[in-house]
Design a protein around this ligand. Structure first.
Ligand SMILES: *[C@@H]1O[C@H](CO)[C@@H](O)[C@H](O)[C@H]1NC(C)=O
Ligand SMILES: *[C@@H]1O[C@H](CO)[C@@H](O)[C@H](O)[C@H]1NC(C)=O
Ligand SMILES: *[C@@H]1O[C@H](CO)[C@@H](O)[C@H](O)[C@H]1NC(C)=O
Length: 259
């Protein structure tokens, strides 16, 4: 049978790993190296995709047992590494944890790339240390005005044809009005954030998917996609409307543990 959607997904996966229609989600272009362990909520994801390929994404720790990432980072098997700065050499701060459950948002659509958010339940609790910590989520009614400056972070590519970065990098991005993302066919400002001034060469790219968009120390977005040539702005899943769903998943998990 192989529906159109299935074929389209197969094609996309051949062209770009984990990338939604418009884009290469996730590399930090034009950013700077983060101060080691200054962003202790950052998670490095090692993914075996459903097709058996190896891929990487970012994510961030919101409790000792849950990491948020993008739904398009789903796979057959995911390992989370916390406390990483330079991934090419294992550091004593690392905590490697297997993912017990991938809770993909029920509304995730890989063609429109809407609701691109997923919760990862870890098999064991992370230990909170100076290099591993959680980040707060916004209240559900947060309104972020365009013009604010936020940060995206990740181990993604540092240029369209560059490899991923071994060390964590971060880039400052300006929040844009919805119009700046009009060219993305399925952009929806209620559920997504448009960030990155088109006049700057600063963006996220492949490998940064699933990482946070940070505004004043709060995770307001999840890195989702950017155009193939990495030209900003990029699209992030807006976290605030998903806070009730996130709380629901965490609460259910608690109940099943105690009941
Ligand atoms: C996932 O990968 C890890 C690390 O390679 C391995 O230890 C684990 O058994 C795998 N889990 C499954 C369900 O395949
Ligand atoms: C990361 O670690 C590798 C291996 O130790 C080292 O060669 C490299 O210089 C480090 N990278 C940075 C940017 O510190
Ligand atoms: C957390 O600390 C305990 C006790 O030291 C240790 O046994 C466990 O392996 C640690 N967990 C991780 C994920 O490193």
């Amino acid at each position: 049978m192989g529906g159109v959607a299935e074929n389209m997904q197969a094609l996309l996966l051949l062209l770009v790993i984990l990338l939604p229609p418009e884009a290469g989600a996730g590399e930090i272009i034009g950013g700077i190296e983060s101060k080691p362990h200054s962003r202790p909520y950052m998670a490095q994801l090692e993914i075996i995709t459903n097709k058996g390929k190896f891929a990487r994404c970012g994510g961030f720790l919101i409790s000792q047992e849950f990491v948020i990432t993008a739904a398009h980072c789903k796979g057959r098997n995911i390992t989370v590494i916390l406390g990483v700065h330079n991934m090419s050499q294992e550091e004593s701060t690392w905590q490697k944890l297997l993912v017990k459950e991938q809770v993909i948002h029920p509304g995730y659509n890989f063609i429109t790339n809407l609701n691109d958010i997923m919760l990862l339940k870890l098999q064991n609790k992370a230990n909170l240390t100076h290099a591993v910590g959680t980040i707060p989520l916004p209240p559900k009614s947060t309104f972020l005005p365009p013009g604010r400056m936020c940060w995206a972070t990740g181990w993604g590519r540092t240029g369209v044809n560059q490899p991923g970065s071994p060390t964590l990098r971060e880039v400052k991005l300006k929040l844009m009005g919805a119009k700046a993302c009009d060219h993305f066919l399925f952009y929806n400002n209620n559920f997504q954030i448009c960030a990155g001034n088109p006049r700057n060469i600063r963006s996220i790219y492949k490998g940064d998917s699933g990482g946070p968009l940070l505004c004043a120390g709060v995770a307001q977005g999840v890195t989702s996609y950017v155009s193939r040539d990495a030209k900003p702005p990029a699209v992030f899943t807006r976290i605030s409307p998903y806070v009730p769903w996130i709380n629901e998943v965490l609460k259910k998990d608690n109940q099943s543990l105690n009941g």
